[in-house]
Ligand binder design. Structure first.
Ligand code: ZN
Length: 497
């Protein structure tokens, strides 16, 4: 590798990261403040920029360079970096650029149609777009010349190394052990939680979040910024520019609290990646499941624990004395963990959450192996919810149209949500061996838990595979029993089973 080649490689990475930053910021803008009437103008130009990015990314001269780098360079970090780029580029390099740009346009149109369909509760308006997204994915996979099955290729996009076979084992385990357990929980005495749904002024909610919660979470305005959107998310341009969003609901005060803890968990992951990977493909979470493990760890394993609320409940009571003045800490704790068979994934409790994912996983498998079609998918959806959770959606926006993911063709993404929750259980067990988690949370040292995650998971970015990170952090490969045991233990105690 000559100095000239190295310079060429570094220039390529820089140009790439500049386009990624621009596209990332445009994406955040689209989801937060951009006025809808300008969508068509913006979408056209965004598609053009995506095409330019695609050309740089798949540049044949650079691909030759990557081959040399990944095999000949001594520095292991650079070898890993080049290998990761190479594998990633090979997935898309055979797609004609015109088709890639057309897909970006189709994605924007599909997203806009999903918004409209959701507002009017008409699945039919979205169905042709969903069908088109599936066709696009099918087509793009056909260019890959991969030995993996279609759905395995999609799963691999989000969770490198995971296959349908491996997910089947995981979800079968969830089905076998959790479905009957959830039946037992729903037959037990219900936990009183109506007080959570009293009216709480959203201005005061925001005030509490900004004055109490974000400082407790050590979410620092120097590198993080929180906005509001219909669907909370996190995005970033580099480790020192992480954007999160939340949504304040007047009749559900804890909704924004848990979404804030969740999204700042994602932000911490990106913020804590070793700066030596800056501007490269290694400077991001290694997989969607690993990302979700960090956010769910913060939201559920820390945020829904008693010590967390020992530190924070008094100030929430003070902010809303009429609503919570006479509700004890224990009553509040039980309520934020109560389990309900419900319709909306993002509002589901920890116990029923993986069942919502199981349903989406079964549907995705069916869509890609041909056993389920998009026509009347709203009905299939409803049947699955009846079967697994015993609930029925009276509108499409509470059913098939509730999630954004399929509108941009993100098939294979959902399963990582359950996987991430399960990774988190394994990390939780390891963290408790190393530090006094309860004492840290109780005494305003949430950051101690974040430091553990940084040292054992986050600083590596995408330098090691998800499984290598699990083994380094916990001493063993992925083991779903940590998750299932944690849920059964927690909910058995909560419902006195
Ligand atoms: Zn998340």
């Amino acid at each position: 590798m000559t100095d000239e080649q190295l310079k060429q490689y570094n220039d390529w990475k820089f140009r790439l990261s500049a386009y990624e930053m621009a596209l990332g910021l445009i994406g955040i803008d689209k989801l937060t403040v951009a006025p809808p009437a300008g969508a068509a103008y913006r979408d056209e130009r965004t598609a053009f920029l995506s095409g330019e990015h695609f050309s740089i990314y798949t540049d044949p001269a650079n691909l030759e360079l990557l081959k040399v780098l990944k095999e000949e360079v001594e520095d292991e970090d650079i070898r890993k970096e080049a290998d990761t780029y190479y594998r990633d580029i090979m997935k898309i390099v055979s797609i004609p650029k015109a088709e890639y740009v057309a897909f970006q346009r189709a994605t924007d149109a599909s997203y806009d149609a999903w918004i409209e369909a959701k507002q009017t509760n008409e699945y039919k308006r979205f169905e042709p777009h969903l069908k088109s997204m599936i066709e696009w994915r099918r087509k793009f996979c056909s260019y890959r010349n991969s030995e993996l099955s279609l759905y395995d290729q999609l799963l691999d996009n989000y969770e490198p190394g995971m296959t349908q076979e491996a997910y089947d084992v995981f979800f079968n385990r969830i089905r076998e052990r959790l479905v009957p357990f959830i039946d037992r929980v729903s037959e037990a005495d219900a936990i009183e939680d109506a007080f959570l749904f009293q009216s709480c002024d959203t201005v005061l909610q925001k005030k509490w979040t900004e004055n109490v919660l974000l400082p407790y979470l050590r979410f620092d305005p120097d590198w993080g910024y929180q906005n509001e959107t219909e669907h909370p998310f996190t995005s970033w341009t580099c480790e020192n520019d992480c954007r999160t969003t939340t949504k304040y609901l007047e009749n559900n005060v804890v909704s924004s609290i848990f979404s804030t803890i969740h999204e700042t968990g994602h932000a911490w992951y990106e913020h804590n990646i070793d700066p030596k990977y800056d501007g490269t493909i290694l400077s991001t979470g290694v997989s969607s499941g690993m990302h979700e493990s960090q956010s769910r760890f913060c939201e559920n394993y820390l945020g829904r624990s008693l010590p967390f609320w020992e530190a924070n409940y008094p100030s929430l009571q003070k902010q809303f004395p009429k609503q919570f003045g006479s509700v004890s800490l224990l009553q509040f704790m039980n309520a934020v963990n109560a389990s309900h068979r419900s319709l909306i994934r993002t509002e589901a409790d920890e116990l029923t959450y993986p069942i919502h994912i199981l349903i989406r996983y079964e549907i995705e498998k069916g869509l890609f192996n041909g056993s389920i079609s998009t026509e009347q998918l709203d009905r299939t959806w409803d049947e699955m919810y009846q079967k697994y959770l015993g609930v029925h959606a009276s509108t499409a926006s509470e059913g098939i149209l509730q999630d954004v993911h399929w509108s941009d063709g993100s098939f294979g993404y959902f399963p990582t949500y359950a996987l991430g929750s399960a990774f988190a259980a394994q990390f939780y067990s390891a963290m408790r061996r190393d530090i006094d988690v309860d004492e840290a949370l109780r005494s305003n040292r949430y950051i101690d838990c974040i430091h553990w995650l940084k040292e054992h998971v986050q600083k590596y970015g995408a330098r090691y595979s998800a499984d290598e990170i699990l083994r380094r952090a916990t001493g063993e490969s992925f083991n779903p029993d940590y998750y299932i045991d944690y849920l059964i233990d927690k909910y058995s105690r909560l419902y006195q089973l």
